[in-house]
Design a protein around this ligand. Structure first.
Ligand SMILES: *Cc1c(COP(=O)(O)O)cnc(C)c1O
Length: 475
């Protein structure tokens, strides 16, 4: 092919391909429009309902072009206006967080500059920043300097990484699986079961340990179950404790569980996805023993109020992690000379990934840690307030929670479960404040989960007014 012809073709292609590099003027306009959108969205949060039963019309990819302004309108109408408004302080279902703006700005910066955070050699700055986030997390949970960790998309993937290390440290190869035993609570999050299945441990034996009246694992029962399993010739290898259960906000007795785990040489994993950051509050003593875990997961997209997409895993046995997560490939040879641990890719199933460390680091540097602590403490007090007000209205309440998740039901004289279910339906149809439900001890209950940085006393008052309205309809 003639060079002249190639040059001609390149000129022709360049006209179209260059459109992806928008002009300075276009960029300024888009950023302005985005900023206007953000202002309107945030100021509307306190007045807009937190739940809308509306479903999106069509979001199919169109041939041709749509203006950025029009796309923002579509976004508002089809995404913001459908389902749960998770950024709202009136979202008190599941585990909210809100999504702090500083993280959104960090995401913009990360996406714009696009550093390759996975490999130290490719971006020493980005890799170091992520490692510093891990170091900070280790310090919060009093993990030793020698522990390693990585940032993941959330708690589920973090659990996957932790359990893989537990499996490899205990050499649970195929032939050992049916004999191996995992100890957990019925309140353990379902991502625990998913992770076991995904990593090939579907056929291990699961032992659900009886709980106390606060839904915490009973250490005496854990101890006797393990002893019985050892006597029966089985291979106990993993204990899963939860620091903040999703349904009941309970913290298992971590210290006792750690002692039992280590006396029998078991791996102790702590799921602190929801509750972990409450270690920064007056609830600190409930977390005693967490520093003795072999692995721990915690979700900054919950307790640090980040937008969704960031979990973290910490693990003490570095060799066990590297066994599955480190892989040397020839196309990575320029990177391989570097110290293994400083490249996030070696501690994670991911290679190329979002530079998610920035969305943790930047807000901490911008705001300092105190507003995060104050928010968490505030959520605990809001939970007390909510429960007191519900009690005053004649509702029955679950046990005093360790953190900011609790549940309640109305003691209707008859058909209690059915009527509480109807109350839940009324609450969803109302939509002012979003609450969710669960089944606890075989009963239908309504759950409150307070964790958004935007949830304030006014939001709880709005929830109470809504509950009054909805209960009135059933009486
Ligand atoms: C949310 C949660 C998980 C799962 O984390 P994701 O970030 O949703 O994947 C695991 N355990 C507990 C206790 C949780 O609250």
């Amino acid at each position: 092919m003639k060079t002249e012809h190639i040059i001609e073709k390149l000129q022709e292609l360049s006209k179209l391909s260059s459109q992806l590099e928008i002009t300075d003027a276009e960029r300024d306009i888009y950023i302005q429009q985005l900023s206007d959108f953000a202002g309107k969205f945030i100021s509307g949060l306190s007045t807009n309902r937190s739940y809308n039963e509306k479903k999106p019309a069509s979001l199919a990819i169109q041939n041709g072009k749509t203006s950025f302004e029009e796309l923002l309108n579509i976004y508002e109408d089809q995404i913001v206006e459908t389902g749960i408004r998770a950024a709202s302080g009136k979202f008190m279902g599941y585990i909210p967080a809100g999504g702090i703006v500083a993280s959104a700005l960090a995401d913009f910066l990360a996406a714009l500059t696009n550093p390759y955070a996975s490999v130290y050699y490719a971006s020493p700055g980005a890799a170091t920043l992520e490692n510093e986030v891990i170091r900070w997390l280790k310090s919060i949970f009093s993990f030793p300097e020698s522990a390693i960790g990585s940032l993941q998309s959330g708690g589920s993937i973090s659990t996957l990484v932790a359990f893989t290390a537990a499996r490899d440290a205990h050499h649970i190869k195929n032939e050992h699986i049916p004999n191996s035993v995992v100890y957990l609570s019925h309140q353990a999050h379902h991502s625990t079961h998913k992770a076991l299945r995904i990593i090939g441990l579907e056929d291990v034996q699961l032992r659900y340990i009886p709980l106390d009246s606060h839904h915490r694992i009973r250490p005496d029962a854990l101890q006797s179950t393990i002893k019985a399993d050892i006597a029966a010739g089985l291979n106990p290898f993993l204990i899963v404790g939860t620091a903040g259960t999703t349904d009941t906000g309970a913290i298992d007795p971590l210290k006792e569980m750690a002692a039992i785990a280590h006396a029998h040489n078991l791996w102790f994993h702590v799921d602190a996805a929801y509750g972990g950051f409450f270690i920064l509050t007056s609830k600190r003593k409930h977390f005693d023993g967490i520093e003795q875990a072999d692995s721990l997961i915690v979700d900054p997209h919950k307790g640090m109020f980040l937008p969704y997409g960031t979990g973290a895993v910490l693990i003490k046995d570095a060799a066990a992690v590297l066994h599955s997560q480190y892989y040397e490939a020839s196309y990575m040879q320029d990177a391989a000379a570097e110290d293994l641990i400083i490249s996030p890719a070696n501690i994670s199933p991911e290679l190329t990934k979002h530079f998610r460390g920035l969305r943790v680091w930047l807000p901490l540097q911008l705001h300092g840690v105190e507003p995060f602590q104050a928010n968490l403490e505030e959520k605990i007090w809001l939970t007390h307030y909510f429960r007191n007000e519900l009690r005053a209205r004649g509702f029955s309440l679950g046990p005093e929670p360790d953190l900011s998740v609790s549940y309640f039901w109305y003691p209707f004289n008859e058909d209690m479960d059915t009527k509480n279910r109807q109350l839940m339906d009324e609450i969803h149809a109302d939509g002012e404040v979003f609450l969710s439900s669960s089944i606890i001890d075989d009963h239908f209950v309504i759950r409150i989960a307070i964790l958004s940085f935007r949830t304030k006393k006014e939001s709880v008052d709005q929830a109470l007014a809504m509950i009054d309205r909805c209960l009135q309809k059933l009486k």
